[in-house]
Ligand binder design. Structure first.
Ligand SMILES: Cc1cc2nc3c(=O)[nH]c(=O)nc-3n(C[C@H](O)[C@H](O)[C@H](O)COP(=O)(O)OP(=O)(O)OC[C@H]3O[C@@H](n4cnc5c(N)ncnc54)[C@H](O)[C@@H]3O)c2cc1C
Ligand SMILES: *[C@@H]1O[C@H](CO)[C@@H](O)[C@H](O)[C@H]1NC(C)=O
Ligand SMILES: *[C@@H]1O[C@H](CO)[C@@H](O)[C@H](O)[C@H]1NC(C)=O
Length: 372
């Protein structure tokens, strides 16, 4: 069989974006079989951290915020199932995860609908943090996000995926040039049958998409070294609209946060915000100070500063109307091709990644069936 006849047995799909959403969606398509998948992205998981790539900045943990939204709840639950398996002792990606007990405290009384989580219970009134009126605990996992996106990338490449670095200015570049548009050595791969857009915050400016409902939800974090922390803890304060969290990773590093400022494009850490985060996390979790110091004397917030590895911020890809999961059609080289959108995951891209990839994949298969 000639190379081109072999090629034609496969559908060529280009995924724009190599964040957690692009890579998860690419894997989902690839692992079905019958597809040649190329990821085209400006920034890749192993690049230095930049605000143009959100996934390296996330905590991250799986604590669903899907209250009252059954579709989102299913997306989060489907993702939990996949990641629970990946994180199992001896599991394929165990080293990227840490299973741990999680405590969630609320200043106001709130029904969280997290009762599907393993070991879920209400925290007894007498054990609540001062000033809080409600709390729940359960078992979840945290994700070492830089490690995890690199794991996704290597799994994709190991199974025959192609990765091309390129900054797409307009969807037409891919519609006409296919996976070859940014690379000149992929002979025979000029045809594209479908495009999947997983550009995160980039969907705001990517030509042919230019979705003005996409906006940054800037989150600043502090990364510290505190391997003695083996639990996650969050407090949500309805007065300030802020929530404060401690997210340890298997490596012994711990992410401290958080902030969530709409339409704030400032691209590096603000020192006064770091101070504010440290004060809030110290009040929430004095255990961040090493056990040795706490055995000797009363800890202070300044005992956390020497543990700092890095400060930074990321732009959660917010979207008015929620995650965009839908199909559009554009003119390709030989007729119309579908463009499946999967972006706008805000503060929940990791915990909704596999569930939204399932939906994007269903949209893709449906569109390709209609294309005939
Ligand atoms: C501080 C903080 C804490 C968070 N905590 C959590 C958490 O605990 N749990 C959770 O689930 N989520 C969390 N998130 C949210 C999560 O990080 C995001 O939802 C997720 O990373 C979004 O992934 P993405 O793939 O859509 O975008 P990104 O990771 O930004 O990837 C976008 C990709 O698209 C590419 N791209 C964009 N435009 C173009 C273009 N024109 N041409 C070529 N390539 C392009 C980029 O180069 C990149 O490869 C947190 C985020 C922050 C900032
Ligand atoms: C926050 O919650 C508390 C306790 O339920 C309530 O008394 C207070 O009015 C709320 N504040 C705001 C700003 O909503
Ligand atoms: C919530 O925020 C208010 C306003 O900053 C503050 O006075 C209060 O102490 C906070 N509550 C808790 C439990 O941290």
């Amino acid at each position: 069989m000639s190379a081109s006849a072999q090629e034609s047995q496969y559908k060529n799909v280009v995924v724009i974006g190599a964040g957690v959403i692009g890579l998860t969606t690419a894997l989902k398509i690839q692992e079905k079989g019958g597809y040649k998948v190329t990821v085209v992205a400006e920034t890749l998981p192993s690049d230095p951290k930049t605000v143009r790539y959100t996934s390296l900045w996330a905590g991250a943990h799986h604590v669903s915020h899907a209250e009252g939204d059954p579709k989102q709840q299913k997306i989060d639950q489907d993702t939990f199932k996949v990641m629970w398996e990946l994180s199992a002792p001896g599991g394929e990606a165990e080293q990227c995860f840490m299973r741990l007990p999680q405590e969630e405290y609320y200043v106001d009384h709130r029904d969280t609908q997290l009762n599907w989580m393993p070991d879920f219970k209400e925290i007894p009134k007498e054990s609540l943090k001062e000033g809080t009126h409600w709390g729940v605990q359960f078992t979840t996992f945290t994700i070492d996000t830089p490690r995890y996106v690199n794991y996704l990338l290597s799994r994709f490449i190991a199974r025959g995926g192609t990765v091309v670095r390129g900054s797409v200015q307009h969807l037409q570049q891919i519609a006409e040039g296919g996976p070859n548009a940014f690379s000149f050595n992929l002979a025979g791969r000029t045809v594209v049958d479908a495009i999947v857009v997983c550009a995160g915050i980039g969907a705001r400016s990517l030509g042919g998409v230019e979705d003005k409902d996409v906006y940054p939800l800037r989150g600043q974090v502090v990364l510290i070294r505190a391997p003695w922390i083996k639990f996650g803890r969050t407090i949500s304060n309805n007065t300030t609209g802020l929530w404060t969290y401690v997210i340890p990773r298997r490596s012994g590093d711990v992410i401290l946060g958080g902030t969530k400022l709409e339409d704030d494009w400032y691209p590096v850490a603000r020192p006064e915000t770091t101070t504010d985060i440290l004060e809030r996390v110290f009040a929430l979790c004095p255990e961040l100070v090493s056990p040795e110091i706490r055995a000797q004397r009363a800890p202070t917030v300044d005992d956390i500063r020497p543990l700092i590895i890095e400060e930074g911020c990321g732009f959660r890809p917010g979207r008015r109307g929620g995650i965009r999961l839908e199909t559009e059609w554009i003119e390709g080289k030989k007729g119309k091709i579908p463009v499946v959108h999967n972006y706008g995951h805000g503060g929940q891209g990791f915990q909704s990644s596999w569930g939204s990839a399932n939906i994007a994949f269903e949209l893709l298969e449906k569109a390709l069936a209609e294309q005939k």
